[in-house]
Design a protein around this ligand. Sequence first.
Ligand code: AMP
Ligand code: MG
Length: 371
Amino acid sequence: MQTQTLLVDAQAPQAAVLTAAAAVIQRGGLVAFPTETVYGLGADALNPVAVAGIFTAKGRPASDPLIVHLADLDQLELVVAELPPSLTQLHDLVPGPLTLVLPRHARVPRSVSAGRETVAVRVPAHAVAVGLIRAAATPIAAPSANRFGHTSPTTAAHVLADLDGRIDLVLDGGPTAVGIESTVLDLTRPTPRILRPGGVSLAQLQARLGAVEVAPHARARAGSPDARVAHTDLPNIGAAAPGMLERHYAPEHELRLVCGAPDAARAWIAAQVAALNEQGTTVGVLLCTEDIAQLQPILSAYATLIEALGSETDLAQIAHNLYAALRRLDARAPQVILARDFGAEGLGLALRDRLIRAAGGNVAWLDNPPV
Ligand code: AMP
Ligand code: MG
């Protein structure tokens, strides 16, 4: 298969481009497209053959459910069997990086939800994504447009690096804004539960819904002392929790993550840089500009490969840069990549979750480890 690329204006998508892409969706093909979070790999959510193509192209296990993308909340009734009253409290977060798990309408093929009675839905805040859904006149199932287990794509070039020759079309609308995936919120439980932290924070959800739980596997990653799950058990939990497989968003080279207060984390990184270099290991660091400034003497003494994520005072910027910087650093082929977390407040929780998964559980907790 030859993969075609079409440039598209991210703010004002050209009608001809959307029509061409919609025709591919309508005949059961696969189209990668930008959303505000990451690039998605889309197919007609109501066509089981098209949906099967997503799993094949990505090498994604059939047990990992897909998110169904809608043009607006009016389309919910197409794919959801019953709307919970709490939905009205979330209207100002839609469209946006928030995925809601709701009861699945029988119209949605079981394969979309990996056999579950629920369906995950999201209205993306991106003119290309919404324009494509409207032009195709059908909900679009779309996981991230990468090979299963790889780092999610935030540019069309990232999509092609993983999926060239495996999908019909990529719409190139430039880099995505948020840069990490949506928050997944399960609204089918008595208390709403975060299954995956993401672009919308726990505090934003609590402000609108009151009590909000964080699923045990995500709690362990948050390093909260009440987490009941040891992070060493996370590989086992991956099987039980959909899409929460431990090694995910993974670079090719070994990533070691340190979680803790900034000063202690920087001291840990400095010690690792020195120790690894003494063993003759090439080291790369994925750090914020403040870390890089403070560690400058040791980083230059050991000719460390450096990728900057932006300032630690702007977690949105760090999220925006995370996957692209990780891919660039990985391509420079350090034997070990060192990174640190950015706390658990706001986007920090989602950043930590992605970094822990990229590290495949290779995490040093300096304080407040999960117990
Ligand atoms: P991706 O689109 O690649 O970011 O993956 C979508 C993720 O959404 C899955 O891996 C799950 O974590 C989550 N998800 C999708 N559908 C459901 C569902 N019905 N129940 C629970 N989680 C879901
Ligand atoms: Mg994914």
